[in-house]
Design a protein around this ligand. Structure first.
Ligand code: SAH
Length: 249
């Protein structure tokens, strides 16, 4: 089993190992960006259109719009990227703290007027309390692997105010493993099917490989309940994705 050492999970990125941060910084500075390339053993080479990281409310998928609508009180935006969700929330009059492990992205967020900090969500030195913790764009992905969910729930308990909520969206990616007859062919020995290895590249900046977790609603509910959280589905997205709301039982 992969050991969960703090140096592994609590670190922040250096600029030369931060392709997404480089892309965000360049797009913010010039209004243009090169290809943000994404590699994974599960998919063909793909690309994240950098402009989508700067999406405004009207261009967000339904589950993100719904998440923003449900945000209340003091909000923590986890893995906030360019700050697109935080900005919308600020405009709605909410108090938002935006954190990200990318100093380049945090710099852009500060320039956009946000209260942004270079913080790894798993870093216990970050102490604060929030009414809403927002993990958008499959933000729960930061746990990487199912075995790290315990750490996630522990941190959520530390960071939530009484009566607080977590809003997160994710996807059930089992459809990728369906054969022509619609049967799911998953080799369980290799672990949970939603643990996807990724590497990103922007121009010459190559990031380290990392795992990003996609979790189906039932598996999330089960783990949430085992850790003292109620997990409700708020809305289904258009492509095997959903928005969930977690509250402490
Ligand atoms: N929420 C943004 C960005 C999503 S990309 C959006 O929807 O557009 C995921 C972001 O999470 C990246 O900016 C990455 O740097 C950040 N991230 C990854 N692991 C993190 C961690 N452990 N703590 C905080 N941020 C993290």
């Amino acid at each position: 089993m992969q050991k969960l050492s703090c140096s592994h999970i609590c670190s922040v990125l250096s600029a030369d190992k931060d392709p997404m941060g480089q892309a965000i910084a360049q797009y913010y500075a010039t209004g243009k960006a090169a290809k943000l390339r994404v590699f994974s053993s599960l998919f063909y080479e793909d690309e994240i259109p950098v402009a989508t990281l700067f999406r405004t409310y009207k261009d967000m998928p339904l589950q993100e719009q719904e998440a923003l609508r449900l945000c209340c009180g003091r909000v923590l935006d986890v893995g906030a990227g360019s700050g697109c969700h935080s900005l919308e929330l600020i405009n709605r009059g909410l108090e938002v703290v935006s954190i990200d492990i990318s100093p380049l992205s945090v710099d852009v967020m500060c320039k956009r007027g946000l209260n942004a900090k270079v913080v790894n969500f798993f870093d216990h030195l970050f102490v604060d309390r929030f009414d809403t913790i927002l993990m958008a764009m499959n933000g729960i992905g930061i746990v990487g692997k199912i075995e790290n969910l315990t750490q996630l729930f522990l941190r959520l308990k530390q960071l939530l105010l009484p009566g607080g909520q977590v809003l997160l969206d994710s996807s059930d990616i089992s459809y990728i493993f369906k054969d022509d007859d619609g049967n799911v062919d998953i080799d369980a020995v290799q672990g949970y099917y939603g643990e996807v290895d990724y590497r990103m590249q922007y121009r010459n900046f190559k990031g380290d490989e990392f795992y990003w977790l996609y979790i189906d609603f039932d598996t999330l509910s089960l783990h949430a309940r085992n850790h003292g959280f109620l997990c409700e589905k708020v809305v289904d997205g258009s492509h095997y994705d959903y928005l969930a709301r977690l509250t402490m039982i």
